[in-house]
Design a binder for this molecule. Structure first.
Ligand code: HEC
Length: 107
């Protein structure tokens, strides 16, 4: 019985959808470094762009581009440095968090 059960659990793991992203883990990761430039909840600050409210695909695409060392705007150097160490999972989690992140003055 146990054998069947672990078989079931394993196949479930492999069949889970590509976007099993975790916005809570994304928020934790965001607060480690990203918040220093992009401000609380990705609202943007001075010359650092607002990065909340975008579709996941948009954010994932930008982060993968920076991680590959490719420029997007005039200040990409900073982001290439930041994105280099991100894992696929971190990128998905960050994108899931940023999609719905809302700035709240009381945060
Ligand atoms: C040292 C400051 C700094 C830090 C820390 C930083 N960023 Fe950025 N980020 C920037 C700058 C500057 C740009 C604009 C770069 C350009 O000109 O291409 C940017 C651009 C972006 C963009 C693309 C915005 C768009 O719509 O084109 C995303 C997404 C992003 N950052 C996410 C993140 C995430 C997620 C983290 C944390 C892992 C992070 N950033 C950490 C400075 C920073």
């Amino acid at each position: 019985m146990l054998r069947y059960l672990s078989c079931f659990v394993l196949s479930f793991l492999f069949l889970s959808p590509a976007y099993a992203a975790d916005p809570i883990a994304g928020e934790t990761r965001y607060k480690k470094t990203c918040v220093n430039c992009h401000g609380p909840a990705g609202k943007g600050a001075a010359s650092y762009p607002k990065i909340s409210g975008n579709e996941m695909e948009y954010t994932i695409n930008k982060l993968e581009t920076y991680r590959a060392g490719e420029k997007i705007g005039p200040n990409s150097g900073l982001m290439i440095m930041m994105a280099k160490s991100l894992t696929d999972e971190e990128i998905e989690n960050l994108a899931a968090y940023l999609k719905d992140a809302k700035y709240n003055v009381n945060d």
